[in-house]
Write a protein that binds this ligand. Structure first.
Ligand SMILES: C[S@@+](CC[C@H](N)C(=O)[O-])C[C@H]1O[C@@H](n2cnc3c(N)ncnc32)[C@H](O)[C@@H]1O
Length: 272
């Protein structure tokens, strides 16, 4: 559809999942990162992935388009998100591609034991922060460790910086709508945070609280310690590169020391 004939988005006409994917997800960059670092670390291509917390399985369905031997499994507990993903992302695949991807309604704490096991497990967009105690987060990491291939790798992202503890609202323009991220509450005693995604439009009311997240704000050392306790032999932190204007490049590089940024997103790989 040309941009001229594209209907004007409003809270009544827009699909919140579609807006989420457009505003938040970038499966190409995520999968480039996973494929590049898996090959560098293991000296062989990554072929089998599991997308934990897959929602509508956008990343899992992208994976099978990249190579005829790629296989993916997506896990989520939200049946409606999985059904929407099956209609939106799996249906347009070729029958051959569709045979190589599965979206399953499963708790990531109890992942299926696939044969052969995944080379990489992906836990992206901070979804793992839903586990608010050391016991639960460690149980999740142990489940990933147990079900990965012998030389498997867990890839995850993490956010932080002093602004992540602030109660604030940020707006970002996207095509035809505005993405609104609200950190509604942060409790320094529990480290619990309550966040919302809203969507705003040129015409009409906002789509309020399209998504709600109740997370714990974990620190990088806490997460690395739990990954080690769950059995991972080593972990690497990848910090985002900066251009000469001080803006993030979207490229992540292994680093031993970070920078006291107001707000950062970085990647972690955990090696079995
Ligand atoms: C932030 S969304 C992630 C969507 C998408 N994968 C992405 O990267 O943007 C978090 C997802 O985690 C799912 N989720 C939360 N707890 C879960 C659990 N214990 N097991 C499986 N999925 C879970 C939710 O249903 C939701 O779809």
């Amino acid at each position: 559809m040309s941009s001229r004939s594209r209907p004007v988005l409003t809270a009544a006409t827009a699909d919140r999942r579609r807006l989420y994917e457009e505003a938040v997800q970038c499966p190409e960059a995520e999968l480039d990162f996973v494929a590049r670092w898996f090959r560098r670390l293991r000296g062989r291509p990554c072929r089998r992935i599991r997308e934990d917390f897959c929602g509508a399985g956008l990343t899992a369905s992208e994976w099978v388009k990249r190579h005829p031997e790629n296989v993916s499994v997506g896990l989520d507990i939200d049946a409606a998100a999985l059904a929407w993903g099956a209609r939106t992302h799996l249906a347009p695949l070729s029958p051959e591609q569709r045979r190589r991807v599965k979206l399953l309604k499963r708790n990531v704490l109890k992942p299926p034991a696939s044969t052969p096991p995944p080379d990489a497990v992906l836990a992206m967009n901070f979804s793992w922060s839903v586990f608010k105690t050391r016991d639960l987060l460690k149980a999740y990491f142990a489940a990933a460790h147990r079900t990965l291939a012998r030389d498997g790798i867990l890839f995850m992202d993490i956010h932080g910086g002093y602004e992540s503890m602030k109660e604030l609202t940020e707006r970002r323009r996207c095509k035809g709508f505005t993405y609104v991220w609200e950190q509604a509450a942060y409790d320094p005693i529990s480290s619990d945070m309550l966040c919302y995604i809203h969507f705003d439009f040129k015409k009409g009311p906002m789509m309020k609280r399209a998504f709600t997240y109740r997370w714990r704000l974990w620190s990088i050392p806490e997460v690395r310690e739990l990954l080690a306790e769950a059995g991972f032999k080593s972990t690497t932190v990848y910090w985002e590169g900066e251009n000469k204007h001080g803006n993030g490049t979207g490229e992540y590089h292994p680093r031993k020391k970070g920078v006291a940024d107001a707000s950062f997103v970085c990647m972690i790989s955990a090696h079995k």
